[in-house]
Design a protein around this ligand. Structure first.
Ligand code: FAD
Length: 282
């Protein structure tokens, strides 16, 4: 397997999302300043499936890239993307000094009809990747150790994953998972299919009872017994839940590294303190 475009050795990277209000940007910039101290290989920033917060994503990634001088990755979804918006977004990224993109489909935006979603201009990120590569971007795409929820089988999902690589994806970032064995099996199957670009392992620290009903359910990730015991024991005790969730994530990362998985991507939920605590345990 190759190395990620941003690192030679084992690496940690982070995902953040744009705050709802522009007034919260100073807080986010403080979070980013704190994340920088953890020497990430890159920080990526999410993008609304309907493109609603595209301006915020662009501002944030430009800050990461140009002010913090860390590689910043702008997520870009194609669920509601027209040709015109796609090419103007490429130009804006270039003008703002952004040169890394995570190309995604996104899910159907709430305000979009089923029909409009079915008839969208770009069906899958594989249709964006060649144009992004031609424009000089480093391009990542998403992968799903437990398969994407629409894929009839993991085999078929991996088939299309390979197609994203063939269209030019430089590396993949995985959906979150809690069971490392599932990730190892996925890596073996991807390897057998001839997927030779790096795959970053997505780790989500579960630090509050609230995340159990939302984040975990939405991701569709399997819950191993160790995680369900943790939730049962601590979800009504916020401080203990946070501590146990951080320890679980750190343990997952330690085991992944022992198993040779070098590149870890932490879904920070904009919480630098959680990322700091995990890194201090590694
Ligand atoms: P695709 O690659 O299109 O895959 C979706 C389904 O289509 C899969 O079943 C796949 O097997 C199939 N498929 C893929 N290519 C083809 C093809 N060429 N022909 C036929 N079938 C195909 N969502 C957001 O709205 N904003 C974000 O910022 C965001 N960031 C994310 C970051 C990561 C790391 C991950 C893992 C997900 C993120 N998502 C984000 C969620 C993502 O948009 C959804 O999971 C979406 O449902 C699928 O996006 P995709 O890019 O994986 O789609």
């Amino acid at each position: 397997m190759q190395k990620t475009p941003f690192t030679n050795e084992s690496s940690i990277s982070f995902e953040i999302f744009p705050p709802k209000k522009w007034e919260s940007f100073p807080n986010l910039y403080e979070t980013l300043d704190a994340l920088k101290q953890l020497h990430p290989s890159f920080i990526s920033c999410t993008y609304g499936a309907g493109g609603s917060n595209s301006k915020k994503t662009t501002e944030i990634v430009s800050y990461i890239q140009n002010k913090l001088e860390i590689e910043g990755i702008a997520h870009l979804t194609c669920a509601a993307l027209t040709k015109e918006i796609f090419y103007s977004t490429i130009r804006t990224f270039q003008e703002m000094g952004i040169h890394n993109v995570l190309a995604l489909r996104g899910d159907k935006p709430i305000d979009m009809t089923e029909e409009a979603f079915r008839n969208r201009t770009y069906k899958h990120p594989s249709e964006l990747i060649p144009a992004l590569k031609d424009a000089g971007f480093t391009v990542a795409a998403a992968c799903y150790p437990e398969k994407h929820y629409e894929a009839p089988s993991l085999e078929e999902d991996i088939h299309f994953l390979k197609y994203k690589m063939e269209q030019g994806a430089d590396f993949f970032i995985s959906q979150l998972f809690f069971d490392n064995e599932i990730f190892y099996r996925f890596m073996d199957r991807a390897d057998k299919e001839g997927i030779h670009v790096p795959i970053e392992a997505g780790i989500m620290p579960i630090t509050s009872g609230k995340m159990v009903g939302t984040t975990i359910n939405l991701s569709g990730a399997s819950i191993p017994k160790k995680m369900s015991d943790l939730i049962a024991n601590y979800q009504d005790h916020p401080d203990d839940m946070r501590k146990a969730g951080i320890e679980y994530a750190a343990e997952q990362i330690r085991e992944l590294r022992e198993h040779g998985v070098k590149n870890i991507h932490i879904y920070t939920m904009n919480n630098a303190a959680t990322a700091q605590s995990i890194c201090s345990l590694l």
